[in-house]
Ligand binder design. Structure first.
Ligand SMILES: O=C(O)C(=O)C[C@]1(C(=O)O)C=C[C@@H](O)C=C1
Length: 358
């Protein structure tokens, strides 16, 4: 009970996480200065978790497990300590996750902090708990807030939806994967069972409109059309439930989970209102450090790249995989402000082999 009270006091992280945390912040790792090991100290730069991109720079010894960037406390700014710091730095480098390391605890034994988008009762919270049992799930207002929270060491991981069996790809998160430098370290599938929620005493026939996340509204298209309800999109399903409850709305319902109903004191008017009983959302688990796949089992690898416009460019790109018998599990196209066309490939193949091919 005590735990649930404490958790209910969590306020979602907002975009303001760019502000320096207060002294009382319990997370000492939150402001970190990264310094490439092979760059003189005076060229120190503050960058956001670009560990992967500089991997090869370390000592040129093909040590793929050693990231090139060294996190150093922003308070430690004494030049005299440079040599000692450089020597120690190899030992203190953040280690990339290995496939065997799916621990729910960080190195100091504290619970893993996992960011998700939404408020308490969101499906993303349940997915985070499924991905990392016993974690401390940290609500974030927006998807990019969750990305930033990991990059700034406010949390250890993020769990974000990427695809739904009914609604399709969640392009916003593909786009954010490109803009941020986090690594996909796993995925979790979560069966989403939507309920129609309303304040106590409100009946289905009293409802005129319904609030929810756009994906959730799309997943319940048939039911909501039959009920003739006006749909209104909000940031997340549980946020819709919270709003309906706090505003004591009598003509407005929410599409959300049964746990959101319990948390915000709403009644469940209808259960399993999604159009397909097999409504599954796939969530990605994201971390600052890449995972180094072992050779004991196949790993799913995601590749993002852009193509210049021209006849047959996509055909040629796909041929790279086809000619090597590499099985693609998903191909996704979308436009982004960064380039005109991005293609995402998922395929089952060992990571190193994939890179050899590319
Ligand atoms: O709004 C929520 O509860 C979420 O966790 C977000 C989200 C999504 O973005 O797809 C997650 C799962 C469901 O598919 C519906 C909504």
């Amino acid at each position: 009970m005590a735990a649930s009270v404490a958790r209910s006091q969590l306020t979602p992280l907002s975009r303001q996480i760019t502000a320096k945390p207060s002294q009382s912040d319990q997370t000492p790792k939150c402001i970190v200065r990264f310094r490439p090991l092979n760059i003189p100290r005076r060229f120190n730069v503050t960058v956001k978790a670009s560990i992967n991109r500089n991997d090869e720079k370390i000592g040129g010894n093909n040590n793929k497990t050693a990231p090139a960037l060294h996190p150093q406390s922003i308070l430690d700014d004494d030049d005299d300590e440079e040599d000692a710091a450089s020597k120690d730095s190899l030992n203190s480098l953040p280690r990339p996750l290995s496939s065997a390391q799916f621990s729910n605890f960080v190195s100091d034994g504290s619970r893993l902090r996992v960011a998700y988008q939404g408020v308490r009762g969101a499906y993303s919270e349940s997915a985070a708990e499924k991905a990392y049992p016993n974690c401390e799930a940290v609500p974030c207002e927006q998807f990019d807030t969750a990305f930033e929270a990991v990059e700034r060491w406010l949390v250890d991981r993020a769990v974000l939806p990427i695809e739904n069996s009914l609604g399709g790809s969640i392009h916003r998160n593909y786009d954010l994967l490109l803009r941020h430098r986090l690594h996909i370290v796993g995925e979790v599938k979560f069966a989403v069972r939507h309920c129609l929620l309303a304040n106590p005493g409100v009946k289905v026939e009293d409802l005129k409109r319904v609030l929810s996340h756009p994906q959730a509204l799309a997943q319940c298209e048939n039911t909501l059309t039959k009920l003739g309800l006006v749909r209104e999109a909000v940031d997340d399903t549980a946020g819709a439930a919270k709003y309906v409850s706090f505003e004591q709305l009598k003509d407005t319902g929410a599409v959300a989970s049964s746990s959101a109903a319990a948390i915000y004191g709403l009644n469940i008017l209808a259960e399993d209102i999604q159009d397909d009983c097999d409504n599954v959302t796939r969530f990605l688990m994201l971390a600052r450090e890449p995972i180094i796949p072992g050779t004991d089992r196949p790993f799913k690898t995601s590749i993002v790249f852009s193509l210049e416009e021209g006849p047959g460019v996509l055909f040629k790109a796909l041929a790279v995989f086809a000619l090597r018998q590499i099985n693609l599990t998903k191909v996704c196209f979308f436009s982004s402000w960064i380039t005109r066309l991005f293609v995402i490939y998922y395929f089952f193949v060992f990571f190193e082999i994939a890179f050899e091919y590319l």
